[in-house]
Ligand binder design. Structure first.
Ligand SMILES: [Zn+2]
Ligand SMILES: [Zn+2]
Length: 299
């Protein structure tokens, strides 16, 4: 087969790698407004993603560092470079990293990829270096050292600004959706089972998307709802959408043997069991959850 023909039909493996979690979390922290189903236990997982085939490997987001887990009260499982090694990937050799947005849990390890070019929406860097960062409520999910690292990459010639929608490589496209942050982008990838969309924080949980109930960290509610609709159009089915923080990802997709935190997104989903619905929390823990909301919202 000619090279052009191969390029036109490029397909990739896609993996979600869970590197941290926030277990002491409740549904009131995960929906804009209130949760009509009561304040339920609703843990939040942290992932980054790998896209690869024989021609290339692309990383989507970089996770945060262990020190940030301590600062923000998250449970940390492993640095991204260590998790990548389990897939046989050397972080030092990665050439392309998509940054979906600059929040601390997505852009906290730019210095761990010394050869990489970082693909970031221009409006995202403008946002996190601009006047909106005067407001504590808006800068809470950002870390200044991460923003500084992005500026360093810019001056090293290793920051590629994306403006709107763009084909990164054959079979991999970037789509600016905004809503959660102005420059949030999602990634659409061709796989053996169709087009998968890595939604990142355009959909923290499948339920945010399916119920059209946005996550509460949002700069533009209308654009976030538009993003939900766009993601559904871009994906080849409901199970082709990969939410950014949903523990159900781990029960929906097959894990690598012996690696429960590495999920093969390009393979057909497992049969869903109805045992994973969040459980109601007792009244005494609900008030503690409400007190924790302010700090937990920093994500
Ligand atoms: Zn975010
Ligand atoms: Zn996030």
């Amino acid at each position: 087969m000619k090279r052009d023909a191969l390029a036109g039909t490029a397909e990739y493996e896609v993996y979600a790698l869970r590197y941290a979690t926030h277990t002491a979390r409740h549904s009131a922290e995960n929906y804009l407004g209130h949760d009509p189903h009561g304040n339920r236990a609703m843990p939040l997982d942290f992932y980054f993603w790998v896209i690869r085939n024989a021609q290339r490997t692309v990383l989507v987001d970089t996770g945060f560092k262990p020190a940030l887990a301590a600062k923000r009260g998250r449970d940390y499982f492993g640095e991204p470079a260590a998790l990548l090694a389990k897939l046989g990937i050397d972080a030092a050799e990665i050439e392309d990293v998509v940054i979906t947005h600059m929040h601390y849990d997505h852009a906290g390890n730019l210095d761990a990829f010394p050869r990489a070019r970082f693909h970031l929406q221009e409006s995202e860097l403008a946002f996190c270096t601009g006047r909106c960062m005067c407001h504590g409520a808006l800068r809470g999910p950002f870390e200044p050292q991460d923003v500084a690292q992005a500026v360093f990459r810019l001056f090293e010639g290793r920051l590629h600004f994306v403006d709107g929608d763009s084909e990164l490589f054959p079979g991999i496209t970037l789509h600016q959706v905004g809503g959660h942050t102005p420059g949030l982008q999602v990634v659409r990838v061709a796989t053996q089972r169709g087009h998968v969309v890595l939604a990142s924080d355009a959909a923290h949980y499948w339920d945010n998307l399916r119920a059209r109930r946005p996550f509460p960290i949002v700069i533009d509610v209308g654009r976030m709802l538009d993003a939900h609709a766009l993601i559904e159009r871009l994906a080849d089915g409901p199970d082709h959408i990969v939410p950014g923080h949903d523990p159900l990802v781990r029960s929906t997709f097959r894990a690598l043997p012996g690696e429960p935190d590495i999920l093969a997104i390009h393979e057909a989903p497992l049969e869903l069991e109805e045992t994973s619905a969040p459980q109601p929390v007792r009244a005494d823990t609900a008030s503690a959850a409400a007190n924790a909301t302010a700090t937990a919202l920093a994500n």
